[in-house]
Design a protein around this ligand. Sequence first.
Ligand SMILES: NC(=O)C1=CN([C@@H]2O[C@H](COP(=O)(O)OP(=O)(O)OC[C@H]3O[C@@H](n4cnc5c(N)ncnc54)[C@H](O)[C@@H]3O)[C@@H](O)[C@H]2O)[C@@H](O)CC1
Ligand SMILES: Nc1ncnc2c1ncn2[C@@H]1O[C@H](COP(=O)(O)OP(=O)(O)O)[C@@H](O)[C@H]1O
Ligand SMILES: [K+]
Length: 492
Amino acid sequence: MKTQGLTQTLSSQATWPLHSVAQTQALEHEAQAALPAHTLMQRAGLAAAQLALAIAPHAQKIWIACGPGNNGGDGLEAAMHLHAWCKHPIVTWLGKDGDMPADAKQSWLRAKDAGVTFAEQPPVQFDLAIDALLGIGGQRSPEGLMAQWLGAMQRSDVSVLCVDVPTGLLADTGEWLDTSPQHHVKAKRHTLSLLTLKPGLFTANGRDAAGHIWFNDLGVTAQKTPTAWLQHSQPAHAPRAHSSHKGSFGDVAVIGGAPGMSGAAMLAALAALHGGAGRVFVGLMDEDAKHAATAAHPPLMVRDITHLALNESTVVCGCGGGDAVHALMPQVLSSSQQLVLDADALNAIARDTALQSLLKKRSPRHKPTVLTPHPLEAARLLNCSAKEVQKNRLHAAQQLANTFQCVVVLKGSGSIIASPGHTPVINASGNARLATAGTGDVLAGLIGAYLARSEDPFAATCQAVFAHGQVANAWPSDAAALDAALLAASVR
Ligand SMILES: NC(=O)C1=CN([C@@H]2O[C@H](COP(=O)(O)OP(=O)(O)OC[C@H]3O[C@@H](n4cnc5c(N)ncnc54)[C@H](O)[C@@H]3O)[C@@H](O)[C@H]2O)[C@@H](O)CC1
Ligand SMILES: Nc1ncnc2c1ncn2[C@@H]1O[C@H](COP(=O)(O)OP(=O)(O)O)[C@@H](O)[C@H]1O
Ligand SMILES: [K+]
């Protein structure tokens, strides 16, 4: 076993394994059995103290809010080091002598012996706060003093370093334990994830709660198959062979754009074009929009839907499809070689069990399908509420993938990509610049382009989702707001 782990930022690897709370606890027990008592907590506390110095080198007064369990123990251990390094840590602690885990008790004794300042109330002024209230053991909502302290940290402008997990966040799902109060997070936040990275830090409310993520494995290597993978970066596109031609990159056929909604289909088509499809055909459902679409975008081939070669194409269906797309679905589901289903196509399937049967038959016929629901669309397909979907996004995405034998992209902060037989992926790119109408249409078209030239639908989908979010990440802060048309022109 390695010695003290190294605290790293996530940019050093393209993908990271994510482990559930149960897996992390099992790993912790194994490691504890193999190491002298208290070793892991000493490593955790030292790592937290070192990171506190790194993120706030000039901080003197450091408020460390410690909970009653081992997460609090990490905080007490950190306090001891910061005190020894001539900082001024002030600990508020919820532990009770005689009723605390053995490791936490040892850290409490070490901190007391070292002369750390304990207080009943948080200091009025502080330069950094360390949240060591609850970690992966937090299973019920903070209340009383714990809730007060948490609120004080969340309202403060001062940076907060969360030890292992932001208190109150469920590490498996990224849901807040207590959904009633406003978790308005003002200050700059950092989270030092210990032993493993947990999925909830990267999806649902996790990204806002955790802020910048740091990782220290405490010198313990996780061997188990992870619960999910985090896709944190990806290699640049391979150069195109000189001998390639438009047939090398596949045909995408976009079907959608009912009257008044042709823009959605055009966004998907433009994204497919800029995403590198060899040829992009558009079957617009609005007859009157066809002429203008052809004139405005000469590289797109606007066709009658009946003239599209579905069985030789990667079809992207549903963007701006309205209710009318329902009538086209039986043929789209039966004939399309590869298929991306978005928006109204998903709503049509949710309402019609006959369409659901056709969808389920595609995988056994070796016709790959990608579904791209946002949480409400996913809820309609699963016959539940969007709130229930958000409660466990990994589970909802996997359930959809298994039910329909498809690749599923559950969109939103920390999009999930799931497929039967694959460990799900959480996408780390993207930000709230994408929270504007039409960006989902762009994603559907981009996935179409990536699928059209790939042999591996799951990998192609992960790459497309990452590339879509990457445009938002790279968007200059002083540039115009990122709208869907700019996004469609910028995706690659
Ligand atoms: N035991 C060890 O050696 C290690 C522990 N580690 C730390 O320990 C954490 C897990 O520790 P625990 O399993 O003790 O769990 P936590 O410290 O996360 O929380 C559980 C404790 O808080 C109490 N609690 C839960 N919800 C509460 C609420 N709403 N109000 C008041 N009290 C509440 C529980 O009764 C229990 O005492 C990890 O997240 C990590 O920070 C790491 O340092 C790795 C090593
Ligand atoms: N806050 C956010 N953080 C990251 N990505 C986001 C956020 N909000 C939206 N997105 C992304 O933007 C896209 C929106 O898609 P969707 O909800 O279908 O919108 P529309 O139907 O208007 O195109 C999805 O790819 C989603 O993941
Ligand atoms: K914490």
